[in-house]
Design a protein around this ligand. Structure first.
Ligand code: ADP
Ligand code: MG
Length: 391
């Protein structure tokens, strides 16, 4: 895969249509595509009712689909071996090598929950230029591309918000991953040269222009804290405990002054968690203003401040992530850097100017390798369009 890519939809549609013909001996009726996403700023704000900014990136998942009157659903992916056959209407969760089919199956289970119909028999082919399992939400991308394809062949066009909610429903209730609204919301509402703003309480979606020339560099450490699930649950619990102590339903309702007034009666850890969330929500708002002013320097400072808050207050960073942020922010052409996603391992994102080069990124990776004995994956990407039908 190339470091940076700007895919032409036409070329990609042709490529997946050809692969579909090879696999199923006929042309697809529709092709849909949905992008991956990065959490730009707004760390652990979602379940506190706060706001978050995400970026749809220029990589994603395509789904080609053709209805069949065989009563059989055939699922294939260029990234997975074999063809998985299911009788139309079967909605049992699959395991083993076929488990990836749970994403499109989950969408088929979700659509009726939103009053929508689903196709009976069909042939389905997915392909992707988005690394999967790398925190870029290939799961939301395959859900939304599947949803758009299923809706198109049944002649339905619900609101984008409904498609987003159906994708999330599939992931939460069928696949069983308790993700927030960021993944599907950004994949669904993404727009090239924009970021997606989400007020998680609605949820309410908006886009904010991204000043020209801004680039993303993602360094995935492939590290994962052994206790990550328990640590997530602990942070969630601490946030709810803080909200209760401050007399609010969710931390989004708490003012900084309320927190300071209550500081003496809060356990130090609870105070720190709440301060991170309250400050982070304010940083999201400040970042929206800086973006609207075209002020990438201030945007970058907010990103790095978000990381420092994760490091010192929310304590969801690690030595690996801190090293990457320190190394990146010490270099020219870097506006700012932060951990992206839940933390406790995973990836760091840097926002850079176009002058930041693959060579610069390689030097950062080499410094990391020298210290930690492993090389992070590097992905150079930028904003891209949200989920859409290509035909
Ligand atoms: P992430 O969303 O960060 O990429 P997840 O573990 O949530 O990681 O989702 C990855 C899963 O999504 C894969 O294990 C696979 O089941 C499914 N998936 C993603 N892309 C594809 C694809 N192109 N073909 C088939 N399945 C895919
Ligand atoms: Mg995912």
């Amino acid at each position: 895969m190339s470091h940076s890519s700007n895919h032409s939809s036409d070329t990609s549609r042709g490529a997946i249509a050809a692969a579909f013909r090879e696999k199923f001996g006929r042309a697809p009726a529709v092709v849909a595509r949905a992008p991956g996403r990065i959490e730009f700023i707004g760390n652990h704000t979602d379940y506190n009712g706060g706001t978050v900014l995400g970026a749809a990136i220029d990589r994603g998942v395509w789904v080609a689909l053709a209805p069949a009157n065989t009563g059989v659903r055939r699922f294939a992916s260029e990234q997975m071996p074999g063809v998985v056959e299911q009788p139309a209407g079967a909605l049992a969760r699959l395991s083993g090598p076929a488990a990836w089919v749970n994403y499109p199956l989950g969408v088929l289970a979700a659509l009726p929950e939103f009053g929508l119909g689903v196709p009976e028999g069909f042939d389905f082919l997915a392909t992707s230029d988005l690394p999967s399992g790398a925190g870029l939400s290939s799961s939301a991308a395959i859900e939304l591309a599947s949803a758009l394809a299923f809706l198109a062949v049944t002649g339905q066009s619900p609101s984008r918000e409904t498609v987003v909610k159906a994708g999330r429903y599939a992931e939460n209730h069928f696949v069983g991953v308790p993700c927030g609204i960021l993944d599907q919301g950004v994949s669904g509402f993404g727009r090239k040269d924009h970021l997606v703003f989400i007020d998680c309480r609605g949820p309410r979606f908006d886009t904010v222009p991204m000043p020209a020339g801004a680039q993303f560099w993602i360094f995935n450490t492939h590290t994962k804290h052994a206790l990550v699930d328990g640590l997530y649950a602990a942070r969630h619990h601490e946030c709810m405990e803080a909200a209760q102590a401050l007399g609010v339903g969710l931390l989004v309702e708490a003012e900084p002054a309320m927190l300071e007034a209550a500081k003496a009666k809060l356990a130090p850890a609870i105070y720190k968690r709440a301060k991170h969330i309250i400050d982070e929500i304010a940083r999201v708002d400040a970042t929206v203003l800086a973006l609207r002013a075209g002020d990438l320097a201030t945007v970058g400072k907010n990103l790095t401040a978000s990381h420092r808050s994760s490091q010192l207050l929310f304590e969801n960073s690690t030595a690996e992530l801190d090293f990457l942020v320190d190394t990146l922010t010490a270099r020219p052409h870097v506006y700012g850097a932060r951990l992206t996603g839940g933390g406790f391992g995973g990836a760091v994102m840097a926002l850079t100017s176009e002058q930041f080069s693959a060579d610069d990124a390689a030097q950062v990776a080499a410094a990391y390798a020298k210290k930690f004995g492993a090389t992070p994956d590097i992905l150079h990407t930028q904003t891209g369009d949200g989920a859409a039908l290509l035909s």
